[in-house]
Design a binder for this molecule. Structure first.
Ligand SMILES: [Zn+2]
Ligand SMILES: [Zn+2]
Length: 359
């Protein structure tokens, strides 16, 4: 048992409260990680606000970096002191989806109860398999990837979610080929990484679509070749003019329903919409089936960029070390855990980039 400090959500929509919790020791196949950094993702905020339901009290936070501080039985390939990125992607390795190379879609339900409890013994939900708004976590060994010591913890943390989701949407979900044209709707944390992914994948044109000029300007720094304001009438016509054709891939990185309604309009023949942004539960969007059928277009959801973390994260870490992937530039602010409500408020205020808690 380890006594830890965590930011707990006791009531949806209320500020998180800093508490001392108990974290049980890692069971077989699990590890304890002492965190160095955790980034704040919009998913954490949606959960904390109650947009997707979920039991309380809970600890959110799922983009983390730290060092292994204890090992459960049967853990292999990791040692105390190793620097790791901690993700929410827990995979059994043996179910049909894991065996088929899709560990983000693991079928096997989690067996172990939450490792978190209050000092009176009541259980606390470990949200998203992580509960990383905390000084320490206990997670399944499948959720981590060891990384070199020379990458700063903020950069490692970003590789846990926003970066892999954005790049993976382009490389794994859209399977973009060099020379194809991409539209990225939303130039926020995930959108900027979809733009980087399209650049790395060799896209011809990369058009960012967003509601603010400021975000379109930032998008250019990350590789967008063009920017179109979504606030104008029929922005897909402006994109069509830039490309001279419809897009091969449209990556929707925001959860706004109008963005989903418009996304297929940007597509050319055989193009594909990749749905990454997550609207509130129950929200519905519309599309025109005859157009998709006639133009042989597709729409596909992508969870966590369809990544295989032990394949994709070391690749992205190398891209960063070679100067080919921007991570430091994605960090907009550094905060302490006891400032987390201010950091969340800053993220809600519309910053394009990531706020990171450092321990
Ligand atoms: Zn996230
Ligand atoms: Zn599985």
């Amino acid at each position: 048992m380890t006594r830890i400090t965590a930011a707990v959500c006791a009531t949806h929509g209320a500020p998180l409260q800093i508490e001392q919790l108990d974290l049980r020791a890692p069971l077989a196949g699990e590890i304890e990680v002492t965190l160095e950094a955790v980034a704040i993702c919009h998913s954490d905020i949606h959960y904390a606000d109650g947009a997707w339901g979920g039991d309380l009290p809970a600890v959110y936070g799922h983009e983390a970096a730290g060092r292994v501080s204890a090992l459960g039985d049967t853990v292999t390939g990791l040692a105390v002191g190793d620097r790791v990125v901690v993700t929410l992607i827990r995979s059994c390795g043996t179910c049909p989806n894991c065996s088929g190379g899709k560990p983000t879609l693991c079928d096997t339900p989690r067996a172990n109860a939450s490792p978190l409890s209050r000092q009176d013994g009541t259980s606390v939900v470990q949200a998203m398999n992580c509960g990383a708004f905390a000084s320490h976590v206990v997670v399944d060994q499948s959720q981590v990837v060891p990384l070199p010591d020379d990458i700063p913890p903020e950069a490692v943390a970003l590789l846990a979610c926003g970066v892999i989701t954005g790049i993976g949407a382009v490389v794994n979900a859209a399977r973009l080929r060099p020379g194809q044209d991409v539209v990225v709707i939303g130039a926020g944390g995930v959108g900027l990484n979809a733009i980087q992914g399209a650049r790395i994948a060799g896209a011809r044109r990369i058009v960012a679509v967003d509601v603010t000029q400021e975000k379109l300007d930032i998008a250019r720094d990350f590789g967008a070749t063009d920017g179109v304001l979504a606030t104008g009438p029929a922005p897909w016509k402006a994109v069509q003019q830039i490309l001279g054709r419809g897009a091969d891939a449209v990556i929707v990185t925001v959860g706004a329903i109008p963005a989903y309604n418009d996304a297929p309009r940007y597509l050319g023949w055989g193009g594909k919409v990749v749905m990454v942004g997550m609207p509130h539960s129950g929200a519905m969007a519309e599309f025109e089936p005859v157009v998709l059928a006639y133009m042989a277009q597709g729409m596909v959801g992508s969870k966590m960029g369809d990544v295989v973390i032990r394949r994709d994260i070391p690749w992205m870490a190398d891209l960063y070390r070679q100067g080919r992937l921007k991570l430091d530039e994605l960090v907009s602010g550094r905060w302490r855990l006891d400032q987390i409500n201010d950091a969340i408020a800053d993220t809600k205020a519309g910053g394009a980039k990531r706020n990171v808690i450092l321990f």
